[in-house]
Every structure is written in structure tokens, then in C-alpha cells.
Design a protein around this ligand. Structure first.
Ligand code: IMP
Length: 186
């Protein structure tokens, strides 16, 4: 099915946009960047944050948009940083996260991505996926954000150094759900 209308991706993060654009174009969906910084909403729910970010972005651009909200949930820290991943990254960073798990063998974590679509008419639509993995003991070189410390299950390297992050990333999985819906909606 053909995409009939213009679609924007609202974000201030160009790394994220690059990945989203690459993944979606392979799925037949074209997007344009709407570069904007949304107010960081505090909530314990990624769904709630994603929903509010989508409405906020739509209010500014008045065109159909998608946004993505992510969270890194570490089991032994009861899910921290989760919905506070962006704040934790900006404050303690990858070094701080690793220091919270000194020599611990309990390093299981998951990366969650929520895609929210809003056209100003229908309810906000949410598409969620998560990828299980582990927090590395060392910070690897390369990548962006938490890439250098997140090892997806089945791999020996972090997102920063895997051969094809798009093949199994939390982002790809939720974008696939979104594109399946979006291409049939239009
Ligand atoms: P955000 O609030 O949705 O932008 O994401 C929460 C935090 O997770 C931010 O610090 C992002 O940089 C980080 N993040 C989201 N996706 C990825 C990824 O694919 N790799 C590494 N870090 C990510």
C-alpha cells in the first residue's frame, strides 16, 4: 500500500531520527524531521510520556506526527532508570549507571521503545516493543546514548558495536508494529 500523506517525526535527537528514518524507509514509510524539544514530562509511565509528547508536538506543527519515547529498565535496580532514562543519562551518564552495578552478575535489563502517532483527530495510537539484554561491565566506544553499555540478548557486544543494530533494536521492533498499522490505515 502507498503512503498518501506527509508524516513528521518530532525529536531533538538527530541520532534517533537517522535510525527511525532508515528503518521506516526500508518499510516503505517516508518521514521528515520536525526538530523540536518537548518539555520533559515527569511520569512513571512511558505510555503517558509518549502520549503527551505526541500531543505537544502536534500542537506545534498541526500535521500528522510520530514521536518515540524510550526507557532502559535495569532489573536489579527495580527498573531504574526506566521513564527517567533521559534525566539519568544527562546526570550520571553511562559511567554512573555502571557504578550502580559494581561487579554484580545481575545485569539483566531491557530497552523499551514506544512510538506514538497523532493526527489531531483520532486518539493517540501507541506501539510498544522491548528488547531484553544486559548492562556491560565496561563502557564500549562508539554509538550514542546508552549504546555503549547495552548488550542485546544473543550478542556479545553492545549496541555500539553490533553489526546491525536495526536488525533487532527496540526501535525497529516498535516501528515495524507502527508501519504495519500505518500502511493499512492509508
Ligand atoms: P528518550 O527520552 O526517548 O529520548 O530516551 C531516553 C534515553 O534513552 C535518552 O537518554 C536516549 O539518548 C536513550 N536512548 C534511547 N534510545 C537509545 C538507543 O537506541 N541507544 C542508546 N540510547 C538510547
Amino acid at each position: 500500500m502507498q503512503q498518501s500523506s506527509e508524516l513528521f517525526f518530532a525529536s531533538s535527537n538527530e541520532h534517533k531520527f537517522e535510525e527511525v528514518q532508515r528503518i521506516l524507509s526500508n518499510l516503505g514509510v517516508n518521514i521528515k524531521l520536525f526538530k523540536t524539544t518537548s518539555e520533559e514530562i515527569q511520569s512513571n509511565s512511558l505510555n503517558e510520556i509518549a502520549k503527551r509528547k505526541a500531543i505537544d508536538a502536534f500542537t506545534k506543527i498541526q500535521k500528522p506526527i510520530i514521536i518515540e519515547d524510550d526507557g532502559l529498565f535495569i532489573n536489579s535496580l527495580n527498573g531504574f532508570p526506566g521513564p527517567y532514562s533521559s534525566y539519568a543519562y544527562d546526570t550520571i551518564g553511562n559511567k554512573g549507571i555502571i557504578q550502580l552495578l559494581p561487579n554484580s552478575e545481575h545485569r539483566d535489563a531491557k530497552f523499551v521503545a514506544i512510538i506514538a502517532y497523532y493526527n489531531g483527530i483520532d486518539e493517540v495510537k501507541l506501539f510498544e516493543s522491548s528488547i531484553p539484554g544486559k548492562i556491560s561491565k565496561e563502557i564500549e566506544k562508539g554509538g550514542w546514548g546508552y549504546d555503549p553499555i547495552f548488550i542485546p540478548d544473543g550478542e556479545s557486544k553492545t549496541y555500539a558495536n553490533v553489526l546491525d543494530k536495526d536488525k533487532f533494536s527496540h526501535r525497529s521492533a516498535s516501528l515495524k508494529k507502527f508501519s504495519d498499522w500505518f500502511m493499512h490505515k492509508h
